[in-house]
Design a protein around this ligand. Structure first.
Ligand code: AMP
Length: 598
């Protein structure tokens, strides 16, 4: 398969924001793609080179790409840098310069002379080079990586150079999300509506869209039905909805539910295969090396040889026997000197679910059944404990447990449905789990995980920093980010300096197409950072685009008086607060206000 064909498809995807159009273009792409290339084509189109959990990264900095472009076209690096500063997009710079001047000689130098046919780049070639780049480490690696890139540039057309550049910088930004690929795959290879459910389930269990695509193309939907849990490969995690009062939650859950402490730490999915233990974060990144104490404790305390369990890792003070805040745990998260950090900040893992045990998937079992299995499997130890849990059927019982949780240093409680149909909904945010946090109760204040999409320069003391951020909720149906507020308070000066630095490293030359905004930010960024924000109130807003037209014509929903609470490094943009959550919260607030007035 020629890389030029892929680049032409990217050109089409680049100019559309419409989901249906994207799906049509993806189907066209699958028709072009040989079965054995499906995996690589799907990863490349998502701007990656492997499934996220593998953690193989390209590690290309702007200046390395500038060097490669400069060498490829025989110009001084400064000329390329100047052009970059003008356009703000190295992809465009590559497109402007590469494939035009001096390429013939360079091609000859790399052994790529000959007819146009011979000089044509294949998907395989690009794919293999990107893998070589990602695997190159250590001394002299940046020169080696630059030379690999130079090799592909020597054969690239302007359009190919543009997309290769964006890929190595992990800035492909075609707006193609995994759910859009799933939709396109089910239309191309499925047999009716239920195929989508089957494919989505397989995706949730494998967390690997490339593998699903390849198997569908090669073996069809029957093979996808057979896809099951593999210990060591992360399962996309189940999420919780939010609701207001005890009465509301109890009613939603059939009058009786289980309550668990909502520990304020880091969610972890632990895969245990005899002595081999792998820990995955909420974003499905491997975090095993950061928690050797948890790894050791799991070995000691689990009675099963092969299991997948979930829980929350929380910082713990052994002297006072108290939970410690999330920030303390985050200060332990580092790659080096982990032994020292481990001593300084001990942790506990509060287990609350089990997804697999000794050859059997437990996803389809009800939550009470899973909990029972979990309880029979765990020997409490210094580090591993079961989450605190109680069954309640009255609002008083609910409130009493909630107070106990807050007193114990938790951020609230999780109410869990205990009826029959309560299987583990991998990758889903449903009402089987409902989170109820401290700030939800007395006022309308609530906290949300929003994605930073842009920033505005500050004035006065904040001059030179991005003093106000443009925040957005995620709309998974439309695959886009919709603005909800401008965030300018709750930051320390240090926060602002760090945030400005972080945003400048993901700065874009124009608004990304998966962001819907009526405001024109001074700086647009790749929607990738998630911050927790507290808001006093929700209101209809002609300015913001979250849930536009849903509650009022020509108006969206905005968060009033937003305050920055903390960085959510454990969350990615696609598990941020959704548009639907904001609509629900808005409706709930209206209802409560009405009740207050009667
Ligand atoms: P969310 O991730 O936004 O759905 O919020 C729920 C989060 O609460 C989970 O991802 C966990 O990290 C955390 N959590 C803390 N305690 C519990 C518990 N007992 N059960 C489930 N989740 C919990």
């Amino acid at each position: 398969m020629k890389y030029a064909d892929l680049a032409e498809i990217y050109k089409k995807l680049d100019v559309t924001t419409k989901r249906l159009e994207m799906i049509e273009i993806l189907i066209e792409l699958f028709e072009l793609t040989p079965k054995e290339k499906m995996r690589s084509v799907i990863y490349l189109t998502s701007g990656k080179i492997c499934a996220d959990y593998i953690g193989l990264e390209l590690g290309f900095a702007d200046k390395m790409v500038i060097k490669a472009i400069a060498k490829a076209v025989g110009k001084p690096g400064n000329d390329v840098t100047k052009l970059f500063h003008k356009t703000g997009d190295l992809g465009e710079v590559a497109e402007t310069l590469i494939g035009k001047t001096g390429q013939q000689q360079l091609g000859a130098f790399f052994g790529a002379s000959g007819s146009d046919q011979e000089r044509q780049l294949t998907v395989d070639e690009v794919w293999e080079t990107l893998h070589k780049i990602a695997k190159t480490e250590g001394k002299g690696s940046s020169t080696k990586k630059t030379n690999y890139l130079l090799g592909v540039f020597s054969k690239a057309s302007p359009l190919e150079a543009k997309y290769i550049t964006r890929t190595v910088l992990t800035q492909l930004r075609l707006g193609v999300k995994d759910l859009t690929i799933i939709e396109a795959l089910s239309r191309k290879y499925g047999e009716g509506k239920e195929s989508r459910v089957i494919i989505e389930h397989a995706y949730n269990v494998t967390s690997d869209i490339g593998e699903i695509g390849e198997r569908l193309a090669k073996e069809g939907i029957e093979a996808i039905k057979r896809i099951d849990i593999v210990v060591g490969r992360p399962i996309r995690m189940m999420s919780a909805q939010r609701m207001g009062t005890a009465e509301e939650i109890l009613e939603k859950l059939g009058g009786k539910c289980a309550l668990e402490f909502k520990y304020d730490g880091e969610r972890v999915q632990a895969h245990v295969n005899k002595d081999e233990i792998t820990l995955y974060s909420r974003n499905l990144n491997e975090i095993t090396d950061m928690y050797p104490d948890v790894k050791g404790a799991l070995k000691r305390s689990l009675k099963s040889k092969k299991a997948i369990v979930e829980g929350e890792i929380t910082a713990w003070d052994p002297e006072t026997e108290q939970l410690k805040p999330f920030q303390i745990l985050m200060s332990r998260k580092r790659k080096y000197d982990i032994d020292k950090a481990m001593e300084k900040i001990p942790v506990k893992l509060f287990l609350f679910d089990i997804l697999y045990k000794d050859g059997e998937s437990l996803l389809k079992k009800s939550y009470p059944e899973r909990r029972q299995i979990l309880e029979s499997l765990v020997n409490d130890d210094d580090v591993i404990v079961l989450s605190s849990r109680e069954i309640v059927n009255t609002a008083e019982g609910f409130e009493g447990y909630f107070e106990k949780a807050i007193e114990s240093g938790c951020e609230g409680i999780m109410a869990k449905d205990i009826r029959k149909e309560t299987q583990y909904q991998a990758g889903n945010r449903g009402f089987l789990w409902i989170k109820h946090k401290f700030d939800y109760t007395s006022t309308f204040a609530d906290s949300y995980d929003f994605v930073v999409v842009g920033g505005f320069y500050g004035k006065g003391r904040r001059k030179g920093t991005l003093g106000t951020l443009l925040m957005a909720a995620f709309n998974p149906e439309e695959n886009r980010f919709e603005t909800v507020c401008k965030l300018g308070s709750g930051f320390t000066d240090e926060d602002l300096a760090n945030i400005t630095e972080a945003l400048m490293s993901i700065k874009l030359d124009k608004k990304p197409k998966d962001v819907v905004s009526n405001l024109n930010a001074d700086v647009w960024v790749i929607p990738s950072l998630v911050y927790e924000v507290q808001g006093a109130d929700l209101s209809a807003s002609p300015v913001h685009t979250c849930a536009l037209g849903e509650i009022k014509k020509d108006a969206g929903i905005a968060i009033r008086f937003p305050r920055f609470i903390r960085y959510r490094e454990d969350k990615g943009p696609e598990i941020a607060t959704t548009t639907n959550e904001i609509i629900d919260a808005y409706k709930r607030q209206r209802l409560l206000k009405k009740q207050d007035n009667t």
